[in-house]
Design a protein around this ligand. Sequence first.
Ligand SMILES: Nc1nc2c(ncn2[C@@H]2O[C@H](COP(=O)(O)OP(=O)(O)OP(=O)(O)O)[C@@H](O)[C@H]2O)c(=O)[nH]1
Ligand SMILES: [Mg+2]
Length: 294
Amino acid sequence: MIREIHIFKDGLTLFEDVIVPNKDLDTSAVMDLVSASARKLQEWKIDSMEIERYRFVYMNSHDTQFIITMDRQASLQKVSEALMSLVSKFMTAFEKILESEEWKETDFSPFRIGFRTIVGRIPCKVCLAGHGGTGKTTLLELATLPSKGPPQEYIPTFFGDKALLKADFDPYIFSMFDLGGQDRFVQEWGKIIRAGSMVVIVTDSTEENIEWTKRVAYPVLKSELPYARVIAIANKQDLKGALSPEQVSKLLDVPAYGMQANKAEFREQWLRLLKALAFEEIDFNIVSEIMDSV
Ligand SMILES: Nc1nc2c(ncn2[C@@H]2O[C@H](COP(=O)(O)OP(=O)(O)OP(=O)(O)O)[C@@H](O)[C@H]2O)c(=O)[nH]1
Ligand SMILES: [Mg+2]
């Protein structure tokens, strides 16, 4: 997932667009550091550096530095390609201006539309993880097949499935990966979840299931997606004896949100939750920061 773009020339900001702000780092200090490296790059070469859960991908063209901030866990290859087409688009529009002194008086803000179009071409990968029967496929269909209504029967997912989700998430679209949660498929998760920006852990809000999640799912997630954002769904809140979202949060060390995925009325709530996770407007954790002791 692409989060920000900054374009600099002679130490001045030509253009910037911040879709999801980075609240953990001092952005201007990071930009000084990255743009100094970018300035040394040959024309059309791409390089990147990582800090915590972010990756900065950068390029130098016409003595102008282009820096994209992305989730460290997302696909570097896709973002590098996006940076190429972005710089190419920018140069098509502004090359002449950059070659004269005119650039100092130019308004580059119309480039925002072009930038956001390119951002929307790389789907943000969301992984639904959890044991068999907890409601992952139900959640996938609740989001992506609204007219059909969520499934009421349990048909175990073989290996894994995925679907695109376009909703009110502009400029983003999501690629939802639904993992097969039966024990025999968990060892295959690594192949499916690579480059996932976000993880949604699905539980049926029982102690046994939470124990399974910590014992079986956590090791895979921690080794494959350490920098991904993570929330939990405390699903099946209608069933007698379901643990509350607060209890589930505490037991998993991941903020948990209550849900009844088999009810169509919960679709809006589920979409709002996904949006708030993408834009970092709700509590979440980072996979590598989940306490080992829980
Ligand atoms: N009572 C209740 N049932 C639910 C709820 N959410 C899902 N279910 C049901 O629980 C079952 C879960 O099925 P799936 O969503 O296919 O489970 P899954 O997590 O994809 O399982 P695997 O594919 O094996 O990993 C279905 O019968 C759903 O209708 C809920 O909130 N309450
Ligand atoms: Mg399933």
